[in-house]
Design a protein around this ligand. Structure first.
Ligand code: NDP
Ligand code: OAA
Length: 270
């Protein structure tokens, strides 16, 4: 019989709170152990209806759990990651764009026996991309189209004085480049490109276009892969979450599915 794995969650926002609720409702093989939040009073209020109250801890305290899920702003990614990896835990990052310039954490995990498991998150088809990348891949591209409010606040837009809220008529290409640069310029908007890059041919070769599109209501991502084994064209249209329009509602569900796969007897997909 496999044992129950405990879960700690950093951040109780669009991803973290939904995931915490799902775990509290009961998932075989998993138990919610602790959460870290910026505002503990708000966290206590959010957790008040829970069947079993998790500990409210600081970021380092999360590493007492077997699995640490990071669901917080990218700015605190390293603190969460380092503590979990130092203790040899399973680290599941949401802000996976923040992993790209910190690949030394993978080396550190190798040393401590930790695992870093990047969930598919708001994207799709990473099983097929990983499979294709076991063979020869000529190109991987992603086109991201979001309602303008889903891009507000990105440092790249501020640096280039692009006011996405003024995009009300024609859709506008606001960024074209590689996934590494996109993750720096849009740390809260294109984690999907980082996950795709890690699944496939890496952040410098994975190319992305980001469009502010007033005609879409959903965060829409289209992946195209040209490989020796297959040609992939896949689109996901994510319903933005109420709490954070940058984040698709599918993201906490994807992380839950990922966590379930860590303990389930029957696992589907690679
Ligand atoms: N991999 C993927 O496919 C996706 C990744 N993401 C990424 O996941 C991350 C989380 O997204 P989302 O849940 O939408 O973000 P939210 O902004 O909704 O939630 C983040 C939470 O973190 C909390 N927080 C802020 N500072 C700290 C701190 N020092 N310690 C503990 N908690 C803190 C915030 O609290 P407060 O509100 O009180 O400040 C908030 O509750 C983001 O980096 C986002 O870009 C999002 C979508 C898809
Ligand atoms: O990748 C992200 O950070 C979020 C995103 O695009 C989505 O939720 O569709």
């Amino acid at each position: 019989m496999s044992r129950t794995l405990t879960v700690g969650i950093a951040g109780l926002g669009a991803i973290g709170l939904h995931l915490a609720r799902a775990l509290d409702a009961g998932v075989e093989g998993l138990s919610l152990h602790s959460v870290a939040a910026r505002d503990h009073d708000k966290a206590r209020a959010n957790l008040s209806g829970f069947r079993k109250m998790p500990a409210i801890t600081d970021l380092a305290g999360l590493a007492e759990a077997d699995i640490v899920v990071e669901a917080a702003p990218a700015s605190i990614f390293e603190e969460v990651a380092k503590a979990a990896i130092a203790k040899g835990r399973i680290f599941v990052p949401s802000s996976c764009g923040a992993l790209l310039p910190r690949m030394h954490l993978v080396e550190e995990a190798r040393r401590t026996g930790a695992r870093i498991i990047v969930p598919t998150g708001a994207l799709l088809g990473l099983d097929a991309v990983r499979a294709a990348a076991e063979g020869d891949v000529a190109s991987v591209t992603i086109e991201t189209r979001k309602p303008p409010r889903g891009l507000v606040g990105a440092p790249y837009l501020e640096q280039h004085k692009i006011d996405v809220l003024a995009v009300t008529d024609e859709k506008k290409l606001v960024f074209k480049g590689n996934a590494f640069d996109a993750a720096q310029g849009f740390p809260a908007n294109v984690n999907v490109a980082a996950a795709l890059a890690l699944a496939g041919i890496g952040p410098r070769k994975t190319m992305i276009e980001i469009w502010a599109d007033p005609h879409v209501t959903r965060n829409t991502h289209t992946i195209r892969v040209e490989a020796a084994s297959a040609r992939l064209t896949m689109t996901i249209e994510n319903v933005p979450s109420e709490e954070n329009p940058r984040t698709g509602k599918i993201t906490p569900l994807s992380i839950l599915a990922c966590l379930r796969g860590l303990t389930s007897t029957l696992k589907v997909g690679s």
